[in-house]
Design a binder for this molecule. Structure first.
Ligand SMILES: NC(=O)c1ccc[n+]([C@@H]2O[C@H](COP(=O)([O-])OP(=O)(O)OC[C@H]3O[C@@H](n4cnc5c(N)ncnc54)[C@H](O)[C@@H]3O)[C@@H](O)[C@H]2O)c1
Length: 259
């Protein structure tokens, strides 16, 4: 298939790496013009360069309101609209509810939850004005079920699901859909970083391949996910093929949360 996003303008945050880069590339391949946004401005620019003429790179810290407002303004100035937003930027972490510092907690909530809301806050007026739009919010299986470690990450990702439902209900009548994606383990630099720091669901120890095998175990399909798995779902939710789907949190987890 091609042209599933023909004529649409999309913003992808966290587009400098992992899931965000793969999704920005797929959106563009399906006909969208894409603003590739990331706190790492060089990485955002590199994703835009890989895509070519239909993309721009933006440096944005999604936890900073002025940055996010500028990202949306630059997109509208360049491409004239915002039809889809994939609020994907996020960070990993480590720790437990006893030892967590307030600084670690606040940083996580600031990026992984407040950053998602800010992205919606500034994109929504353009969507409401146009009478159409699709907001895709990046959550996690950790937003759906309890998993050891990362209490701040789990809280942020559960908050994202609540935000998606609230926006879906309030802005559905104005033509804007809002859904959350809840991935299990997807092989990206974020996951690699968490594993190397001894965090995440697989714990410390062993070789990288042993950690990967342990990470695959809770997913009944028998493997961890790929960035393409995530990009394909984001594409569906951004496209008009999902025009009657709103307010849902879609597990993308090889059956993990069904077990
Ligand atoms: N990889 C997984 O297993 C997995 C599972 C569930 C959810 N997620 C979520 O998917 C999203 C993408 O993760 P990934 O695995 O591709 O990670 P990644 O580290 O490969 O990419 C994340 C990108 O976000 C950017 N970023 C970080 N903080 C930012 C900020 N304040 N403002 C703007 N950009 C910022 C980083 O620079 C990076 O380019 C995250 O929200 C993550 O929580 C990932």
């Amino acid at each position: 298939m091609a042209d599933r996003l023909k004529g649409k303008v999309a913003i992808v945050t966290g587009a400098g790496s992992g899931i965000g880069r793969a999704t920005a590339e797929l959106f563009a391949a399906e006909g969208a013009r894409v603003a590739c946004a990331d706190v790492n401005g060089d990485a955002a620019a590199e994703t835009a360069r890989l895509i070519g003429g239909a993309a721009i790179g933006c440096r944005v810290d999604v936890s900073v309101p002025g940055d996010v407002e500028q990202m949306v303004a630059d997109t509208v100035t360049k491409f004239g609209a915002v039809d889809a937003l994939y609020a994907n930027a996020g960070v990993g972490g480590s720790g437990n509810a006893i030892d967590m510092s307030i600084e670690e907690w606040n940083r996580m909530i600031g990026i992984n939850l407040t950053g998602v809301w800010l992205s919606c806050k500034y994109a929504l007026p353009h969507m409401v004005k146009a009478g159409r739009g699709s907001l895709i919010l990046q959550s996690s299986v950790r937003g759906l079920v309890g998993i050891p470690a990362l209490p701040h990450y789990s809280a942020a990702k559960a908050g994202v699901i609540g935000l998606a439902r609230q926006i879906a209900v309030e802005y559905g009548p104005k033509g804007v859909r809002c859904n959350a994606i809840c991935p299990g383990t997807i092989m990206t630099p974020l996951v690699e970083g968490v594993w190397r720091a001894g965090g995440g669901i697989v714990g410390a120890g062993g070789t990288f391949e042993e950690m990967k095998a342990r990470a695959a175990a809770p997913h009944p399909i028998g493997r961890i996910g790929t960035t393409d798995d995530c990009a394909n779902l984001a594409l569906f939710l951004a496209s008009d093929e999902s025009s009657w789907i709103t307010g849902v949190a879609v597990p993308l987890d090889g059956g993990m949360t069904a077990a």
